[in-house]
Structures are given as structure tokens and as C-alpha cells.
Design a protein around this ligand. Structure first.
Ligand code: FES
Length: 153
């Protein structure tokens, strides 16, 4: 359950103007790290923009997520260069260590694990990102220490 007053404040910041629903959704995403269904419905009700239209926007732009996300997103590159250099083993180690499967968020809300295609730095494969940080030449044996160090930060 979210605090709907926060959503109302965001909508009012943009003067309830239907031309600014994307900006409202960005603010909601920043606030909650995803777009809760109640928030989407509130924006729709108050701006009179159809819910289907907002849902389309939320699913079209990768910056938006309709699922709850962790505080940090861990992306595992499964592009060809990373794949052949052991990305599947790195992913398996992360899944084991975090106790979740790819695409899921840890129950404590700290991490969301996702697979991505080429991150554009194949020379340092296999690559993962944790938040904004790129980690090069990751080995499955490093995964536990990486996760522990990010749990403390
Ligand atoms: S394939 Fe992983 S960075 Fe390019």
C-alpha cells in the first residue's frame, strides 16, 4: 500500500495537466522505484487521461517499471561476448546467492536481478552492473563478496 498523498503532491506539482503525465510518472518512478497500480489509477483519474494510455506509456518506456524494484538493480549481460566468457555461470551464482531467479526482487527489497543484452563493453566481458557501477571480468567466485559489499553500502 502506498501513501497516495505523495502521488497527489506529484500530480499537483504538474498542475494536474494531462500533457505532463510522463513527467508525473517519472516522479512516481523516482519516488517508489516503480509505478504502483494505485498511482497509475490516481494520475488517470485526476488528469482524465485514459488508464489504457498510461499503461501503454508505462510498458513502452524501459525507464518505467510496473513491478516493484529493489534498491539496486543487478544487470547481467548475456550478450554473445559475455555469454561465451561465462555469464550464465555468473548469473547462476547470483541467483544462488540472492535466493531469487532472474527478473525477481529479493524479499528485503534490496536487489532486483535482470538479464540484459550487450552493455557495450565486450572487451571486459563478462560484465555485470550493480546500480550505476560496471563490474568487469566477473567470476562466479566473486559474487558473494560483491553482494556483501553492496549490502553494507
Ligand atoms: S556482450 Fe556483454 S558487454 Fe557486450
Amino acid at each position: 500500500m502506498i501513501d497516495i498523498k505523495i502521488v497527489d503532491a506529484i500530480i499537483e506539482k504538474w498542475n494536474t495537466d494531462p500533457d505532463f503525465v510522463i513527467e508525473m510518472m517519472q516522479d512516481v518512478q523516482d519516488e517508489f522505484r516503480y509505478i504502483p497500480k494505485e498511482a497509475l489509477e490516481r494520475i488517470s483519474d485526476r488528469t482524465e487521461k485514459p488508464r489504457g494510455k498510461l499503461f501503454h506509456i508505462a510498458t513502452f518506456y524501459s525507464a518505467f517499471s510496473l513491478d516493484q524494484r529493489g534498491e539496486k538493480e543487478i544487470q547481467v549481460c548475456m550478450g554473445t561476448a559475455c555469454y561465451v566468457k561465462g555469464a550464465p555461470d555468473v548469473l547462476a551464482a547470483l541467483e544462488r546467492d540472492l535466493g531469487i531467479s532472474s527478473g525477481e526482487t529479493t524479499p528485503d527489497g534490496k536487489f532486483t536481478l535482470t538479464e540484459v543484452r550487450c552493455l557495450g563493453c565486450c572487451g571486459i566481458a563478462p560484465v555485470i552492473t550493480i546500480g550505476n557501477e560496471v563490474i568487469a571480468e566477473v567470476k562466479p567466485s566473486q559474487v558473494s563478496n560483491l553482494i556483501s559489499s553492496y549490502c553494507k553500502s
